[in-house]
Ligand binder design. Structure first.
Ligand SMILES: *Cc1c(COP(=O)(O)O)cnc(C)c1O
Length: 406
């Protein structure tokens, strides 16, 4: 059921389901036939406040009547305000705004390389990443992610990225060479299958970085902006990065990204060495500020943590009822992964049959990424849909099982 016919004017790069949505309300999307879908994908962790959140709609409209875009040759007060709020709420001292996650990563990688350049070591430019990583689709970020399927056919892999097995400290130590500039990781691998790094491992990585003057870069494009139950997931690990890439939830659906860094890490990012036309424009910043109004309000993140617990517990029961369909639930906050024992496309189809939207990931894991405003009733509703889908998958398996001859 894909709509990638030869008559489409679009690149065939996406295998699209034949559904189009006309509008949304909170955790719900309404398609062009008027049918309602429970959105537990949030456009891949983007719609942190759901659809058509009144505060975001109002902020966007109000800014649209003032000024949409001015270039970064001028001061942009909305950008200074959002930057100051991110700095106040995190480890960072400085922020560079972008339009996407991949661009935030590009800035992070450039910042790490430039740090060593500034210290008289331009030869230190290599970045170590972990198997299963996903950092975006630009030439540098596919090299960082290291996944063959994303690299194939695009010419030589951008130089300077080395990859080691997930969570392997010995391999990491062995991979550090005099040219190494940084270590880059997602505190919880999203696309890789909702795989959290062990906090003890992260502490060891931080210690290595301190000993060898390496920049520690966290890719929090997916884990950030409340998704983990913290503003950024690093807060829950006890480990602080030097540089952090943020995006997805930051604009709540408006394209906004940011690279956050300490003063020390960003000291060599001086006037003219990096730039962007759209990044941090007033319209984007107005929406980003409105997102933070809600996420940073008293009690909001506690509510995310409580919703996470409720969803995890309910999913635990579904797994117990359907041990041939699901193996486990993992992840943090409202970035949860259901490890499936049936082929992911079948699970996706069964969920879609229940009008429940979720996002596939590596390692045969289905991601559940509801808007952070999800209610208890909506959690129960989603769990009932998952339960019904699982029952169907079981029944289908029985139908197709080889018949015993009596
Ligand atoms: C989505 C994602 C990216 C890329 O973000 P884009 O906005 O698609 O460029 C990078 N890193 C992680 C962890 C992501 O989840």
């Amino acid at each position: 059921m894909t709509a990638s016919g030869s008559t489409s004017p679009l690149y065939a790069t996406f295998a699209r389901a034949d559904v189009a949505f006309e509008r949304g309300e909170g955790c719900w999307l309404i398609d062009t036939r008027g049918e309602r879908w429970l959105d537990f994908g949030s456009g891949i962790a983007v719609n942190a406040l759901g659809h058509a959140h009144p505060h975001l709609v109002e902020a966007l409209k109000a800014q649209a009547e003032k000024v949409w875009h001015v270039c970064n040759a001028f001061r942009i007060p909305e950008q200074e305000q959002l930057g100051a709020r991110l700095v106040a709420a995190s480890f960072a001292d400085r922020v560079f705004f972008t339009n996407s996650g991949a661009e935030a990563l590009e800035c992070a990688i450039k910042t790490a390389r430039r740090y060593h350049f500034g210290k008289g070591h331009p030869e230190r430019f290599r970045v170590i990443t972990f198997e299963g990583a996903f950092h975006g689709r630009t030439l540098a970020t596919i090299a960082a992610g290291g996944q063959a399927k994303y690299l194939e056919g695009f010419g030589p892999k951008v130089e300077g990225f080395d990859q080691v097995p997930f969570g392997d400290l010995d391999a990491l130590k062995a991979a550090i060479v005099p040219e190494t500039a940084a270590i880059l990781l997602e505190p919880v691998q999203g696309e890789g299958g909702v795989r959290p790094f062990d906090p003890a491992f992260l502490k060891a990585v931080r210690a290595l970085c301190d000993e060898q003057d390496l920049m520690l870069i966290f890719d929090e494009v997916q884990t950030g902006i409340g998704r983990s139950g913290h503003l950024y997931a690093y807060e829950g690990t006890g480990v602080t990065p030097d540089i952090l890439a943020s995006a997805k939830g930051l604009g709540g659906g408006f394209p906004v990204g940011a690279c956050l860094a300490t003063e020390r890490a960003s000291a060599a990012m001086t006037a003219g060495v990096h730039g962007t036309t759209f990044g941090g424009n007033p319209l984007a910043m107005a929406v980003g500020n409105a997102v933070l109004d809600v996420i940073l309000a008293d009690g909001f993140l506690d509510r995310v943590k409580a919703a996470s617990l409720r969803l995890k517990q309910a999913l635990g029961q579904v797994i117990d009822h359907h041990p041939t369909v699901f193996a486990e639930v993992r992840g943090e906050g409202l970035l949860l992964g259901l490890k499936c024992l049936k082929p992911l496309p079948e699970v996706a189809a069964a969920f879609r049959g229940q009008h429940l939207l979720t996002i596939g990931a590596g390692d045969n894991v289905m991601r559940l990424l509801p808007p952070l405003i999800v209610s208890d009733e909506e959690i129960q509703d989603a769990v009932r849909r998952i339960d019904r889908a699982a029952a169907q998958l079981e029944a289908a398996a029985t139908d197709t099982a080889p018949k015993k001859t009596a």
